[in-house]
Ligand binder design. Structure first.
Ligand code: COA
Length: 326
């Protein structure tokens, strides 16, 4: 038995913010951002919330998969920016979808979140415990960044992306191989602190903390671990990067994608990109770009895809999927 992707969905806030718009607030330029990252515009939440985007993306994916919300047995949401610490975003989503039976939880995996979520769903489906799973990545990173810090605020956008998965008796389709891993030793290169301890017996300084990233460290980590993990997934399947039709990588920086393509001796055309329009939307990144391709009819039955996310933790996750949908 294999777990297979039955549908994709995504949602973005309405407000589009250009590089020039940001340059009005911090010392940056359209030229710097384009050249160093490939990002031109991004969507930033104004009236939207993590839970509203999560619901929109999930509904789109369920509709695309032709699966009823009541039939979902597992809901995994990857987020670090829900408007609630608890209940989980997954529980809020379950209530909004009118689902009564799913196991529901959030995971804290940053930009690798949706591929991690696929790994979890894959295991549950293959164990026979779950028939249909919903995996959503959603982030409102715009509320975590310091809008006075040009090193980070230009990089991110807000959004949500979702997958609906089901069980398939046909082993020649669906998730063929998948891996997820943490690299905690490098975790402090991408952080955001929680609120400080404040009780009658101990009080820490109440310093407002923002997302911190050592960009070069994360860049090097991605360029090393992405090709490594792709090989790790493909080798046991007897496949090589030449056998892959498209590589859906996390859309953090165009230069990472160029470097990975070069290291794997693959043409850049096999690497879809959309960071020019949406920026780095973290856990929503991989499902969003797949959803764009799916809705344009660019995903073809029988084609082999690599899905790869990497980010905070540090974490990374890679899957090889044979597309089943017509
Ligand atoms: N506008 C103008 N100048 C900027 C700038 C901005 N928005 N951000 C940084 N700079 C400046 C820096 O201050 C530095 O100036 P200095 O040399 O005078 O000190 C210079 O540009 C170079 O900065 P650096 O950090 O070395 O740039 P970079 O080429 O490494 O690019 C990133 C920075 C963040 C774009 C890049 O490192 C990156 O994409 N990293 C990976 C991020 C990632 O993959 N995240 C995924 C997980 S979320």
């Amino acid at each position: 038995m294999k777990a297979t992707i039955l549908g994709t969905g995504s949602a973005l806030p309405e407000k589009i913010v250009s590089n020039d718009d940001i340059a009005q607030y911090v010392d940056t330029s359209d030229e710097w951002i384009r050249q160093r990252t490939g990002i031109v515009t991004r969507h930033i939440a104004t009236s939207e919330t993590a839970t509203s985007l999560c619901e929109d993306a999930a509904r789109n994916a369920l509709e695309n998969a032709n699966v009823n919300p009541e039939d979902i047995d597992l809901i995994v949401v990857s987020t670090v920016s829900s408007e609630y610490r608890f209940p989980s975003c997954a529980c809020i989503l379950q209530e909004r979808l009118g689902n009564k039976k799913a196991m529901t939880f959030d995971i804290v995996v940053g930009c690798a979140g949706c591929v991690y979520g696929l790994d979890i769903a894959d295991s549950f489906i293959k164990s026979g415990k779950v028939k249909h799973a919903l995996v959503v990545g959603v982030e409102i990173i715009s509320k975590l960044v310091d809008w006075a810090d040009r090193r980070t605020c230009v990089l991110f956008g807000d959004g949500a992306g979702a997958y609906v998965l089901g069980a398939s008796e046909d082993d020649s389709v669906g998730i063929q191989g998948i891996m997820s891993r943490g690299l905690g030793e490098n975790g402090m290169s991408l952080t955001m602190k929680d609120r400080p301890i404040d009780n009658p017996w101990h009080k820490e300084d109440d310093i407002k903390d923002y997302l911190y990233m050592d960009g070069q460290a994360v860049f090097k980590f991605a360029c090393r671990k992405v090709p490594e993990s792709i090989k790790e997934v493909l080798n046991p399947l007897g496949l090589t990067p030449d056998d892959i039709d498209k590589f859906f990588l996390h859309q953090a920086n165009y230069r990472i994608i160029e470097t990975v393509a070069k290291m794997m001796k693959q043409p850049l055309e096999k690497f879809p990109t959309n960071m020019d329009k949406v920026g780095n939307i973290s856990a929503a990144s991989v499902p969003r770009i797949m959803d764009e391709y799916n809705r344009q009819g660019l995903l073809k039955k029988g084609e082999k895809y690599i899905l790869c996310g990497f980010g905070a933790g540090l974490t990374y996750a890679t899957a090889c999927v044979i597309w089943e949908k017509d």
